[in-house]
Write a protein that binds this ligand. Structure first.
Ligand SMILES: C[S@@+](CC[C@H](N)C(=O)[O-])C[C@H]1O[C@@H](n2cnc3c(N)ncnc32)[C@H](O)[C@@H]1O
Length: 207
């Protein structure tokens, strides 16, 4: 494995402990590297769809907040009631320095979340549902903590969507009436500078 390729490194993490350690080590350089080496475009379709469907004021959870890129983008679009969770304390520390979150907590997607039922008007997640990251059963808890008629908006790489169990889980949740598909964005590039074949889409579900 190429240790210089941080994306590959985190994708190859063997468990949550290793994943958290890899992100802790990457936290200080994450944004600069994503910008300089990759040209990170993935958040854009999720932000646009959230702005389309979620009125202000709304209480929003950034699931897998990382260093707070999504919180910053939402703040620029006029949202100011945002909380975030992440498993990496190093990433959360970076996010805290942005001063755009009302609360940042260490929690693990795929496990029970320490929020009351029906807590949020919307949940957004970018870059967190991917190889060896948060599992598809994370949606069960995210649905529980979203208010009825609230939105869950997330990005998936198309290669991951085709290869993982996410497609089946997302359909099963719809069949069981847990959420309803509202919109899927056009495919767009994940990175501007590298990996030209990696495309993402944003999914919007209503609980
Ligand atoms: C690629 S980063 C994306 C961060 C931010 N959303 C962005 O777009 O820049 C993925 C983030 O998800 C977090 N993460 C991965 N698996 C997780 C899990 N099971 N529970 C909580 N956070 C997780 C990582 O610690 C990391 O900060």
């Amino acid at each position: 494995m190429n240790e210089d390729n941080k994306v590959e490194l985190v994708y190859n993490s063997q468990n949550n402990q290793e994943l958290g350690e890899n992100y802790n080590l990457w936290a200080k350089d994450y944004e600069r590297e994503l910008e300089e080496k990759y040209g990170y475009l993935a958040p854009l379709p999720a932000i646009e769809l959230l702005v389309k469907y979620v009125p202000k004021p709304a209480k929003i959870l950034d699931a897998g907040a990382g260093t707070g890129l999504i919180g910053e983008l939402l703040n620029q679009r006029g949202y100011n009631n945002i909380e975030g969770i992440d498993l990496s304390l190093g990433m959360l520390e970076e996010a805290r320095s942005k001063n755009v979150y009302n609360g940042l907590y260490q929690m693990v997607l795929g496990e029970s979340l320490d929020f009351a039922t029906d807590s949020f008007d919307a949940i957004i997640s970018v870059g967190t549902f991917t190889y060896n990251h948060a599992p598809s059963n994370s949606f069960d808890e995210l649905i529980r903590i979203t208010k009825p008629s609230g939105y869950i908006i997330f990005i998936l790489r198309l290669d991951f969507y085709e290869q993982s169990d996410f497609k089946a889980k997302m359909s099963a949740l719809e069949e069981f009436g847990k959420w309803k598909l509202v919109e899927i964005s056009e495919a767009s590039k994940c990175f501007a500078k590298t990996e030209p074949d990696v495309y993402v889409k944003a999914w919007v579900y209503q609980v």
